[in-house]
Ligand binder design. Structure first.
Ligand code: ADP
Ligand code: MG
Length: 705
């Protein structure tokens, strides 16, 4: 029989809240054994010593060697930080939350106490937290309230090689901060009198790739340390030809491995959630047709928008006679190591943000599926050789590998700078003057200023306005922050926050099941609002709340089940609604801090369900649409005689997306959440807005004057 307890230490799915009971005792011991066995453990003392000696240390080491989970614990256990706090930054929220869970378990402490995390809209930490895993975006936001990051004794900048925009901004600020915070200590050493209480900062920059020189140079020749990994040989197989359908090709490759190769788990890299879901469906379908004597297939997936408990399942060992197949985005490239993997299938694709500064208006942020870089391909291959020799199947020819870019461009050179420039303005900093590792394009900076001016966050001279300072306090896109600030004067903050919470959620509200199109359309009609998609979202939010209220007397479990069933019946993603509630709570808290009364509501009734207002008599929604319009002025278009719409701030001709409530309607003017490119440019998330709104819009009036 199979002894599962010997494997239990591999998973974090079990709660680490109490250390009681014999099984958790042995589990804790096993975890300590595993810690000692990591490659980095041998260098522990030397590492602590170097960090003690130097203000800035650059640490390189192969993925899986123990950098992210161990270094913060070493710093804590060695007493190097005294009572100070250690921040560990991550580019991705999934990594921040799951690593915090793992390290809390290693410390045998409940998550959120000694070890916690902070990601946008979700924080688990207390004033006693000593190790905090957080996204680079969160720590940059913390600069607004604590410009010296005085809470932290050590900032570990992890995955620095990814060079995200936030990591670059953090590095630039850390360089400034360390000068100020560590200077008094040096003067002390020279015996000069000095009244500043010294609270020195240490910086550890960690990376999985070998291009450390640039980081070291940036910090005036910081010491570089290397951790030796334990990499076993991996045999690489390229496909003979380009694959038109990488999902199908990944499926066939998986079953070849499954039928021909010895045991070992399979990790498949895909660009995003849609591909992961479609591959999962087809593997499950074919797995049912396998001969009865072949091993079972267990599929796990890991991607940013997925529930963290589901992501964590990927760490659990496969049951006996089962091959685990993990479908992941590039999260599993360097941030997260999943044990047991012997085979890697690499589609060669990833999703990357690309900002088109020339696209008109404030420019355009797009998320495109594109070829990975050689450096990513090598990281992906390496995942197969962690525990023994492995195999990597690249679904592209060797010529394609050779044609790939060597490494990716820093994000600061290819993303919208609007929200960062606004945050920097609040710190009294200008992007142009900051000591950055790479300077962004002039054009992107101009485009960001144009957007900020249109939102009223900066004036014509580019100086921050009081409204702009308010907007910066909201952790959402500046567009939506602008709408929230505008909702105050328009007396509709309650509704605007409800809508924006859904729009800021990481997954879509409406589920589309292509083989049930009619049923979906029929259910959706119930929420349809004649003004468009934004009020339709509000209808869904309110109807969902009614379900909770109407089940108020029943048990919590029954209520939960009723809500789940209601969402299923109406083809709605409940995860989105639950996440939106969390976001809403946070936005309400920010409103309170900014003295905006979020209870002010434009609608008399709690629910406005139904298309009953087709006659257009009552227009309670007018103020809500106007508030949204303030934020979405850069995303507005006027109807043309041929039935298409022309952007008012840009050159593009757009059509309304088929998924929109307004898709077959002709209205004089629209605002939209985003553009999508297929055979046309489509506007998605559309509402009708009175054309007269734009005649009274201040920045636009100035522009025409
Ligand atoms: P690095 O940062 O150098 O890539 P990590 O510190 O992230 O390394 O990981 C060290 C080891 O901890 C890895 O071998 C990984 O398998 C293990 N590990 C990390 N998270 C978990 C988890 N949630 N469950 C089980 N093992 C984990
Ligand atoms: Mg790591």
């Amino acid at each position: 029989s199979h002894d599962t307890s010997s494997h239990a230490h591999n998973g974090v799915q079990e709660d680490a809240t109490n250390g009681a009971g014999p099984s958790s005792l042995s589990k804790a011991a096993a975890i300590q054994e595993q810690r000692k066995d990591l490659p980095i453990a041998q260098g522990r003392e030397a590492l602590i010593e170097e960090i003690r000696k130097n203000d800035v240390t650059v640490l390189l080491g192969e993925t899986g060697s123990g950098k992210t989970t161990q270094v913060p614990q070493y710093l804590l256990e060695s007493g190097l930080v005294g009572n100070g706090m250690i921040a560990v930054t991550q580019p991705r929220r999934v990594a921040a939350t799951s690593l915090a869970a793992r390290v809390a378990q290693e410390q045998n402490a409940p998550l959120g106490q000694l070890v916690g995390y902070a990601v946008r809209f979700d924080e688990k930490s207390t004033s006693n937290t000593r190790i905090k895993y957080m996204t680079d975006g969160m720590i940059v936001r913390e600069l607004l309230s604590d410009p010296m990051l005085s809470k932290y004794s050590v900032v570990v900048v992890d995955e620095a090689h990814e060079r995200t925009l936030r990591t670059d901004l953090l590095l630039a600020n850390l360089k400034k901060i360390i000068k100020k915070r560590n200077e008094p200590t040096k003067r002390d050493a020279k015996g000069k009198n000095n009244t500043t209480s010294s609270n020195p900062l240490k910086i550890v920059v960690m990376s999985a790739t070998l291009d450390a020189e640039k980081f070291s140079k940036f910090f005036s020749g910081a010491k570089i340390l290397y951790v030796k990994g334990r990499q076993h040989p991996v045999k690489i197989y390229h496909s003979a030809e380009h694959q038109m359908d990488y999902v199908d090709s990944a499926m066939r490759t998986f079953f070849q491995i499954h039928t021909d190769q010895p045991p070992g788990d399979v990790l498949i890299f895909l660009p995003g959630q849609e591909d992961i879901e479609s591959l999962q469906a087809s593997i499950e379908l074919f797995a049912r047709q396998l001969p009865v004597n072949s091993p079972n297939v267990l599929i796990c997936s890991m991607f940013a928008a997925q529930d963290s408990r589901k992501n964590i399942q990927a760490f659990a060992p496969a049951p006996p006679n089962t091959r685990k197949c993990i479908l992941a985005t590039n999260i599993a490239e360097t941030s997260i190591t999943i044990p047991g993997v012997k085979y890697v299938i690499d589609t060669g694709k990833c999703k990357e943000k690309q900002f088109l500064a020339r696209a008109g208006g404030g420019g355009l942020d797009t998320l495109l599926t594109k070829d990975i870089t050689q450096s990513s391909a090598m990281q992906r291959t390496g995942r197969a050789g962690r525990e023994g020799s492995g195999m990597c199947f690249r679904l592209y020819p060797e010529s394609a590998f050779k044609a790939m870019q060597v490494s990716s461009e820093p994000e600061i050179l290819r993303t919208s700078l609007t929200s960062s420039i606004l945050q920097l303005k609040c710190l009294g900093q200008d992007m142009q003057d900051l000591d950055l590792m790479d300077k962004p394009d002039e054009e992107s900076i101009i485009s960001a200023f144009r957007t900020l001016w249109l939102l009223g966050s900066v004036d014509q001279k580019g100086s921050l306005t009081p409204a702009g300072r308010k907007m910066a306090a909201f952790p959402v896109d500046p567009m939506y922050a602008c709408s929230i600030v505008a909702s105050e004067g328009l007396q509709c903050t309650s509704e605007v926050i409800d809508i924006i919470s859904v729009l800021s959620s990481s997954s879509k509200l409406f589920v589309d099941i292509s083989d049930q199109r009619d049923a979906v359309a029929e259910q959706r009609r119930k929420f349809r609002h004649p003004s468009g998609d934004h009020m339709t979202i509000l209808n869904v939010v309110r109807a969902y709340e009614e379900i909770s209220a109407s089940n108020g007397t029943t048990s919590a479990n029954k209520n939960k089940a009723a809500k789940r069933e209601w969402c299923r019946k109406h083809f709605l993603n409940e995860r989105t609604l639950l996440e939106a509630q969390e976001i809403r709570n946070q936005l309400r808290t920010v409103c309170e801090r900014e003295n905006i009364n979020w209870t002010v509501s434009a609608l008399k009734k709690t629910a406005v369900v139904g298309g009953a207002k087709e006659d257009g008599v009552i227009h309670e929604e007018d103020s809500i649409i106007k508030a949204l319009g303030h934020g979405l002025t850069g995303n507005a278009a006027f109807l043309q005689p041929d039935g298409t719409y022309k952007q008012i701030m840009g050159p593009s001709i757009v059509k309304i997306h088929p998924s929109s409530v307004l898709c077959d309607k002709k209205v004089a003017a629209i605002i939209y959440d985003e553009l999508v490119f297929t055979n046309h440019i489509y506007a998605r998330g559309v509402s009708s807005i009175p054309k007269s709104f734009f005649a009274t819009h201040e920045p636009l009036k100035q522009r025409h004057a």
